[in-house]
Design a protein around this ligand. Structure first.
Ligand SMILES: O=C(O)CCC(=O)C(=O)O
Ligand SMILES: [Fe+2]
Length: 213
């Protein structure tokens, strides 16, 4: 085993290739090759270059730290009181993002009103264990996650038993639908990796629930 591989296995407890056996189908649906290779290559380049990426500050206990990745947020601007949700309004949909939204909606079974973009510049960028906010999306949201670029491991673990864990390798052009109990009962993350990998862009389409404004 090469040294790089050994280090990698210390960072992520899953094998670097292949999906975990017995992945819980009631909370995750994986579709490889959802967007074809040429289109995926094009979208990766376009999204990296044309998105006004930001590195946000988040509160960690009593400190403020920069997120270890870049983000951008797009969505419906009319009809949602973002102030009441404690958020600033998203950017207006672009043509490419609306096209992707139209593709993922039928397979997800719902209409989305926003998308969060994450840009992982290299293996050192990551997102820590979390589940996505229940308050603004309901406790059992459906989230459609499209990935372009470097393959990263999407790890999940049960909140009540961290030893119950699985991983999905999110490939270029893939779609992962998160549903059911995933946000209520599980946490997920993208771990850092010491492998020399290129950039990855991930888009999570969401439906923000809002009371009438
Ligand atoms: O990059 C990913 O695949 C996951 C991103 C994520 O969990 C999030 O934005 O909430
Ligand atoms: Fe998430």
């Amino acid at each position: 085993m090469g040294r790089g591989k050994q280090v990698m296995e210390q960072l992520s407890f899953f094998a670097p290739s292949g999906q975990s056996a017995g992945l819980p189908q009631d909370v995750l649906e994986y579709h490889a090759g959802f967007i074809d290779q040429d289109q995926s290559d094009l979208l990766l380049t376009k999204l990296v270059q044309n998105t006004p990426w930001q590195q946000r500050l988040v509160k960690m206990y009593d400190r403020e730290v920069l997120t270890p990745r870049l983000t951008a947020w797009y969505g419906d601007v009319a009809g949602i009181d973002y102030g009441a949700l404690g958020k600033s309004p998203p950017m207006e949909w672009t043509t490419s993002l609306l096209e992707l939204k139209r593709l993922v909606e039928p397979i997800s079974g719902i209409t989305f009103n926003s998308v969060l973009l994450n840009y992982y510049r290299n293996g050192n960028d990551s997102v820590a264990w979390h589940s996505d906010k229940e308050t603004v999306m309901g406790s059992h949201p459906v989230i459609a996650s499209v990935s372009f670029g470097a393959v990263r491991s999407f790890d999940i673990r049960k909140k009540e038993n961290h030893r119950e864990k699985y991983a999905v390798r999110l490939e270029h052009g893939s779609l992962l639908v998160m549903k059911g109990d995933l946000q209520a009962k599980w946490e997920h993350r993208i771990a850092k990796t010491s492998q020399h990998i290129g950039p990855r862009v991930n888009l999570t389409f969401r439906r923000i629930i809002h009371s009438s404004v």
